[in-house]
Design a protein around this ligand. Structure first.
Ligand SMILES: NC(=O)c1ccc[n+]([C@@H]2O[C@H](COP(=O)([O-])OP(=O)(O)OC[C@H]3O[C@@H](n4cnc5c(N)ncnc54)[C@H](OP(=O)(O)O)[C@@H]3O)[C@@H](O)[C@H]2O)c1
Length: 244
C-alpha cells in the first residue's frame, strides 16, 4: 500500500460524493487527487492509486474505462449495473484490481457471514428477514434484505426463488417449512435496519444491523480502498477485506 493513497472520486456532487469528501477532510491515509463530476473530467486526471466510484451506470462506464487504460485499482459501489457492465468489470479484473459491493457497510458484511453460519447450522429453524427504511424508499424488500436471504438460502443448499416468501395477507395457511420470509417497514427517516430472525420451539435468535447514517457506506469503501491499493489484478470482495 502506498504511504499516501492518491484517490480519484466520481459523483462528487452526489449524496455519497459529499459523504466521502466530509470523511476525507480528516483522513490522513488519502489525498483526493481527482474529483470527477462527469465523464469528460477524466481527461485532466493525474496519476492515481485507486478510484472510488459511487455515481451512476454512465459514471461507472467512464471510471472503468479510465482505470483499465491507466492501470488503477477500482472500488465500485454504483448500483443498477446491467449484465454487460458486470461482465466488463469481471473482464477488467484480468488487468487491474477491482472490488465491487452492493452494500459497503462492514456491519452488513459481518451480519451476512453470521447469518450464513446460523442458517447452515440450523437448517430446520424458521427464518424471517425484517427490514425498515425511510418513507421515501420505493422498492421492497430492500436489496440488502434480498442479498441476506440469498446468502441464507445458499448456505442451506436451497433455491432462493423457491423458498422466498414475500408479504402475508389474509388466509395464508400455515408457514411453509424451509421458507425464508420477508417483511418491510416504511416509516419516517429510518436510514436502514435489517434483522434476520431464526426461531424454533422455545428459542429464537435475532441478528440485527442498524444504519444511523449514509457515511457507513463511505467508511466501508475507504477501508476497502486502502486494502485494494497496490494489490495484484483480480476481482475482490468485502469478505476479502474482512478476512485480512
Ligand atoms: N454500495 C453501497 O454501499 C452504496 C451505498 C449508497 C449508495 N450506493 C450507490 O451509489 C450511487 C450514488 O449514490 P448517491 O446517493 O450519491 O446518488 P446521487 O446523489 O444521485 O449522486 C450520483 C452522482 O453521480 C454523478 N454522475 C453522473 N454521471 C457521472 C459521470 N459520468 N462521472 C462522474 N459522476 C457522474 C451525478 O452527477 P449529476 O447530478 O450531474 O448527474 C451525481 O452527482 C448509486 O448508484 C447508489 O445506489 C451504493
Amino acid at each position: 500500500m502506498p504511504e499516501l493513497i492518491r484517490l480519484g472520486l466520481t459523483g462528487i456532487n452526489g449524496r455519497m460524493g459529499r459523504a466521502f469528501q466530509a470523511l476525507l477532510q480528516d483522513d490522513l491515509r488519502f489525498t483526493l487527487a481527482a474529483k470527477i463530476a462527469r465523464s469528460g473530467d477524466w481527461r485532466a486526471a493525474p496519476g492515481l492509486d485507486v478510484v472510488i466510484d459511487f455515481s451512476t451506470p454512465a459514471g461507472f462506464d467512464s471510471a472503468l474505462a479510465h482505470c483499465r487504460a491507466s492501470k488503477i485499482a477500482l472500488v465500485c459501489g454504483t448500483t443498477g449495473l446491467d449484465a454487460d457492465q458486470r461482465a466488463r468489470l469481471q473482464e477488467a479484473a484480468r488487468d487491474i484490481p477491482v472490488l465491487y459491493a452492493a452494500n459497503f457497510s462492514l456491519g452488513i458484511a459481518v451480519l451476512t457471514k453470521l447469518l450464513r453460519e446460523a442458517a447452515a447450522v440450523l437448517p430446520d429453524w424458521d427464518l424471517e428477514i425484517i427490514e425498515a427504511h425511510h418513507s421515501r424508499k420505493v422498492d421492497a424488500p430492500s436489496g440488502t434484505a434480498l442479498a441476506l436471504g440469498r446468502a441464507a438460502a445458499d448456505a442451506r443448499g436451497a433455491n432462493f426463488d423457491e423458498v422466498a416468501a414475500f408479504g402475508r395477507h389474509g388466509h395464508t395457511g400455515v408457514r411453509t417449512p424451509g421458507a425464508i420470509g420477508f417483511a418491510s417497514i416504511r416509516a419516517g427517516e429510518i436510514v436502514g435496519e435489517h434483522t434476520a430472525l431464526l426461531a424454533a420451539g422455545d428459542e429464537r435468535i435475532e441478528l440485527t444491523h442498524r444504519a444511523y447514517d449514509n457515511t457507513i457506506f463511505a467508511r466501508g469503501a475507504l477501508r476497502a480502498a486502502t486494502w485494494l491499493a497496490g494489490k495484484p489484478a483480480g476481482a475482490y470482495s468485502l469478505d476479502d477485506v474482512l478476512a485480512a
